[in-house]
Design a protein around this ligand. Sequence first.
Ligand code: FCB
Length: 452
Amino acid sequence: MKKLPQNLSPKHFEWGCATSSFQIEGGNFEGGRVASIWDDFCAQPGRIKDASDGTVACDHFHRYADDVKLIADLGFKHYRFSIAWARVVNADNSVNMAGIDFYSRLLDELEKHRITPNATLFHWDLPSHLEDGWLNRDTAYRFADYAALIAEHLGDRLPRVATLNEPWCSAFLGYDLGVFAPGHTNRTSSLSAAHHLMLAHGLGIQAWRSRLSKTSLGIVLNPELCDPLTSQPEDVQAAKMAEYERNDSFLNPLFAREWPSVLLDQMGSRLSDRQAGDLEITAQPLDFIGLNYYTRSIAKAPSSPEDAKRGYTFVPPDAADATDTTKQLTDIGWEIYPEGLKRVVNNLTQNWPLPPIWITENGAADNTPVVNGSCDDDLRCAYIEQHLNKMSALIAEGTDIRGYYVWSLLDNFEWAHGYSQRFGIVHVDFETQVRIQKKSASMIKALLISRL
Ligand code: FCB
């Protein structure tokens, strides 16, 4: 891409890059940080593909000043990051000022380079000592305490704040499929976790707003676009069930003051976790919604008793429609499907009263190595360009999208994939911590600088 479409010009459109605390910070045993469920999960054999952990990650905890300089050098004026709850709150619920100080120094650097922070309060690194994690209603109230504490200590420097990142992943990958921390495999538990996450979101918004009324507050979701494998009614129904789970579990409590009705009978004994008045809390008015988009999924009628509980079976993209040789996958195996961005955003705006939208994550795993000092990540360049074109088309059609954040600034700890999948526009050598800007970084820089 040589030139940005006019409606994505950084003059009137927010351009940023995104990261999250556990994936880049490291310094996990420094500054009084308490353990998080991801530290514990990494310590369990077999959980992380390359048996790695987040102890050092990108060493951003020590290198944050240089990293902010890098963000500025790339031409970004906005930076999305998350605050690690485990770094700023002690086990007795008191504030850890050393942790606050870290984020305050990060904000100083951003300010110095005139980069506007876009903070997320929870990007999955839940303090381990919160008993039973998201299965415990009390965790939602502890989240509200944490939100209040950030509002009090850092809030006047944070113009935009999201409560949660992708609660679907915390709830369903963490408590049903067991591939994310804490690694449970219980369907009813995951529905309960989803509810407590949404309760935490609502309580967090209330706690923040009662202290600071001017902050733009929202939540970040990863809405699902799920297509059926065939047009058979069983497959069509399965795709619907996947979308109910992934979308309605969160959009209903946010915008409709309803439980996701098709999931009610899956909740079993944990139905009672949902108490009268909860939906008034979850449906707080929002200033924005962040949407993360990477790919779509394909579903067919459930093919195992376990999947029968969920109502669908996912079909890996290389197996779905294997005859389509034009289908391209990223290195992590996700289908490249830019049209999905348009389809999913249109589905949402047609069905829900959404506030203004920010695309808070979009990007590709492209493991192209560094050769002679440069990294020609052509797949990522093409991926970003295709998605920018779709976003531009959405805006041209009248959709209120106000910003785009590329995932990610740096190669980092990609959860259960460890360091085996690289999403950065900047390459990180995890032995030396040397950062090298990839071709995608140069492409974005050229697009942004030419419009400043
Ligand atoms: C999203 C996560 C982010 C990163 C990307 C690849 O689901 O929010 O942390 O792992 O996927």
